[in-house]
Design a protein around this ligand. Structure first.
Ligand code: PHE
Length: 386
C-alpha cells in the first residue's frame, strides 16, 4: 500500500507531462505529416542571385498550387517546404540536411545555379532522396549519382549552339572570353563554347577571368580590347554580365557581347541600362512563344504574380514540380527508391519548356531560344532545336 501511494503521484505526474506535451503533439504531427506529401525546395530567395531563386520559386509554387487544386496525387495534397540559401554554398548544405532529416521531404527541387546544385546533390544522393534541378545546366550536377535529375538541357548543347550563333549570326571569327572562375557553370560553359568554336575555324583572341561578386572589370576589358575581337563571350550571371557590358562601352568597345542562360533576369537591363542594348543570350524558353501551353502558363502566372511575366527559371521551376508529381503518381508511393525509378522512366512529359524525357544520364534534351535586348526590353530572336 505504501508503495502504491508513492508511485501513483509520480506516474500521474509523468503522464501529465508526457501526454499533453511531447507525446500527444508528436502523434498529431505524425498524423498531419501522413496526410500530405512534403516536397522540399532550396532556392536563392535572397542574396546575389535572388532573381533566379525568386522566379524558380514562383513557378514551383504555382505548379504545387494547381496540383493541389486538382486533388494532389495518391489522395494527398502537396506541401511545399521552401528554404532560402541566401545564394550561399554553406547555407545550401545546411538547409538540404534540414529538409531531409527534420522535415522528411520526399524529394528536393533545386537549384538554379549549378554550383549550389552540386552542393545539395551529394546530400540527396547519400540519403536516397531524389533531387530535380529545374535549371542547372552543368553536366557534373547529374553525374553526382542516380538520384539526381534535371529537366533542362545541358551546357555541352548550350555551348555548341552559342558557338554556332557567334559564327553564323554575329559573323564573329575572333572571340574574347571573360569567365567567372568562381562559378562551375561559367567555367563549364566557357569550355563547351570554346571547343566547337575552335573546331569551326574560330579563334579565341583573349581569355580573361573574374570571380562572382567582382565589380571592376576594366583591366580584363582593356586586355580584351587589345585582342581586337569581333564579339565578347561572357558565360556568367546577370549582375556581372550587366556591369561588364557597361564597362566595355565605357572603354569604347563597340562589338557585341553575348552570354548563356545565366544572363536571364530583369536586373540585366535594370543594372546594364543602355549598355546591354544589342547584347544576346541563350535560354530555355520565351514568354513570346505563341504555343497554347506557354500562353496559358503566362496568363496564369501573371494573374497570380501581379502581372509579372514568367522567365525561364519560372517555367522550369513549374515543370520540375509537375515532373516530380507525375513520377510519384506512377510510382504509387513516395518511397525514395521507387520515386527515383519512376523519375528515371519519365518520357514525353508535356510541360512549359517542351517535352521532358529523362535519358540514362538523367538529363533532358530540349530546345533553346536566343534573346536580345532591344529598346530596354527582352526580345525573342530564334529557337534552336537539338
Ligand atoms: N544554367 C545556370 C546554371 O547552371 C542557371 C540558370 C538557369 C540561369 C536558367 C538562368 C536561367 O548555373
Amino acid at each position: 500500500m505504501k508503495k502504491w501511494c508513492f508511485l501513483l503521484p509520480l506516474s500521474v505526474l509523468a503522464l501529465g507531462l508526457v501526454l499533453p506535451g511531447c507525446g500527444q503533439k508528436s502523434a498529431e504531427t505524425a498524423a498531419a505529416d501522413d496526410a500530405v506529401i512534403k516536397v522540399g525546395e532550396y532556392a536563392s530567395l535572397t542574396g546575389k542571385e535572388a532573381a533566379f531563386g525568386q522566379s524558380s520559386h514562383k513557378g514551383t509554387e504555382l505548379a504545387i498550387e494547381e496540383l493541389n487544386t486538382q486533388g494532389g496525387v495518391l489522395g494527398k495534397k502537396f506541401k511545399l517546404i521552401s528554404e532560402d540559401n541566401q545564394s550561399k554554398s554553406d547555407e545550401t548544405a545546411n538547409i538540404s540536411h534540414k529538409l531531409i532529416s527534420r522535415d522528411k521531404v520526399v524529394a528536393l527541387l533545386g537549384e538554379v545555379a549549378s554550383g549550389r546544385s552540386l552542393i545539395a546533390a551529394p546530400i540527396c544522393q547519400e540519403n536516397h532522396i531524389p533531387m530535380i534541378s529545374p535549371s542547372s545546366t552543368n553536366p557534373k550536377v547529374t553525374e553526382v549519382g542516380d538520384y539526381i535529375f534535371r529537366v533542362c538541357f545541358t551546357d555541352p548543347f548550350q555551348g555548341k549552339l552559342l558557338a554556332n550563333f557567334a559564327k553564323k549570326s554575329l559573323k564573329a571569327t575572333k572571340v574574347a572570353l571573360l569567365t567567372d572562375v568562381a562559378a562551375p557553370y561559367s567555367v563549364g560553359l566557357a569550355s563547351f563554347f570554346k571547343e566547337p568554336f575552335l573546331a569551326n575555324g574560330g579563334t579565341i583572341v583573349a581569355e580573361q577571368k573574374f570571380s562572382s561578386g567582382d565589380k571592376d572589370f576594366k583591366a580584363q576589358l582593356t586586355a580584351i580590347k587589345a585582342g581586337n575581337p569581333d564579339a565578347i563571350f561572357v558565360p556568367g550571371y546577370y549582375t556581372e554580365a550587366a556591369l561588364i557590358s557597361q564597362q566595355a562601352r565605357q572603354l569604347g568597345i563597340t562589338v557585341p557581347l553575348f552570354g548563356g542562360d545565366g544572363w536571364e533576369a530583369p536586373e540585366l537591363i535594370e543594372i546594364g541600362g543602355k549598355a546591354v542594348e544589342g547584347t544576346y543570350y541563350s535560354t530555355h524558353y520565351s514568354a513570346e512563344d505563341s504555343s497554347p501551353v506557354v500562353q496559358e502558363f503566362v496568363k496564369k502566372y501573371r494573374a497570380k504574380f501581379k502581372g509579372e511575366t514568367p522567365d525561364a527559371m519560372a517555367a522550369l521551376g513549374y515543370d520540375s514540380a509537375l515532373v516530380l508529381a507525375d513520377a510519384i503518381k506512377r510510382a504509387g508511393t513516395t518511397d525514395g527508391p521507387k520515386v527515383r525509378d519512376a523519375l528515371a522512366a519519365t518520357k514525353d512529359f508535356v510541360g512549359i519548356t517542351g517535352k521532358t524525357t529523362l535519358d540514362a544520364a538523367r538529363n533532358a534534351t530540349k530546345g533553346a531560344v536566343i534573346m536580345t535586348i532591344k529598346d530596354g526590353k527582352f526580345k525573342y530572336v530564334e529557337t534552336i532545336n537539338p
